[in-house]
Structure formats: C-alpha cells, structure tokens
Design a protein around this ligand. Sequence first.
Ligand code: 5GP
Length: 202
Amino acid sequence: MRKGLLFIVSGPAGSGKGTVVNTLVKNHPEIFLSVSATTRKPRPGEEHGVHYYYISKEEFEEKIKNGQMLEYTTYSGNYYGTPLKEIEEAMERGKDIILEIEVDGGMQVKKKLPDSAVTVMLTPPDREVLEARLRGRGTETEDVIRWRLERAKEEILLLPDYDYSVVNEDGKSDLCAEALYKIIQAEHQRTKYTKTIIEKFI
Ligand code: 5GP
C-alpha cells in the first residue's frame, strides 16, 4: 500500500488557502481534509464537523491534557488544533492528508513527523494584493485589518522554513490547487518511497 503523506498548507489570512484547499479536495476526493477543533464561535454558514469541531475551552484543554491533539495553538484569542485520532486513522488507510493550519502548528507537526510531513505555504502575490483582499471582505474594522496585515507579514517571514511555496494570484485558485496536487504527486516519487522498483530488476 502506498504510504499516506501529511501535507500542511499554511498561509496568511488573505492568501486564499481555504478556497484552494477546498478546490483541491473537490477535484481529488481521495485526499483527506482534516477537520480541526476550535474554541471560536461558528461564523454564519459554518457547520460543526464540516468546517470545524466547535468545542468549549474546557473540552479543548482536556484534549490537550489527554494527548488527543497532534498540534494546537492559540490564534486571535481562541484555541485551534488538529485531533490526532482522525489523522492516525487516515494514515493507516494510506490516505494523503491535508492540514490547513497556521505556521506555529505547521512547525509542530513537521517536528513531530519529519518523515511524513510536507509543508507548503500559500502567499498572495504581494502586500498590495493582500491588503486589497483583506479590505475587500468589508467585514473587519481598521484595527483588525492592521493586525491581520502584521500577522500576515510575520507568517510570510517563516517561508524559508517551509518545503514549498505557491503564489495564489487573483482569480487563479484553480491553478494554485493544481500546483498543490503536483507537489503531492512529486513527493510520492521521492526515491525513499520508490526504491522497491529495484527488486524487479534483480
Ligand atoms: P479561522 O478562524 O479564520 O477559520 O482560522 C484562523 C487561523 O487558524 C487560520 O490561519 C487557520 O489556518 C488556522 N487553523 C485552523 N485550524 C487550525 C488547527 O487545527 N491548528 C492550527 N495550528 N491552526 C489552525
């Protein structure tokens, strides 16, 4: 059975990573998209078990204590984390897994699972486009926009710690999703996974 790999997709708010990752799993439904747990409240249209598992702070802290989180972080005053159980199950089935998580969590996973975790950072093309996207939502106050821009800069500065990066141009999320898919395919062609072919020649 082909070994399942873990792909961590990070990118600042405004990188369009949600759209890209959703396009990827829609076009390639064999890929498993991990559903995170969070203590933040659902936004309109979000569903428990689909977008996130919405749990209380107490429940979250209990799961940390019991070692049930592969990684977790606090972001904007809330906990976010990856439940370990589903990841283990998907890996046992040889599935490729996508974690759409921020940089702190991404680095935790890379440290824990250096042999099977591959990190990809999605970025907007430049600061102007990023700012336009954050303002374009029209739902945030100026303070929040400033905070998000600063946070975006901090996240992008960690790009050299990632294995890959992909630029998400305006209106090109389909291309970006295919770039991600190519990375997944290429990672499976690494000789550490393909060397059994040698046996067919001896
Ligand atoms: P949002 O509240 O906008 O859905 O997500 C806020 C940030 O939390 C995003 O950067 C998102 O990628 C990140 N995030 C979502 N789930 C997880 C998770 O399980 N772990 C970590 N470390 N970050 C997460």
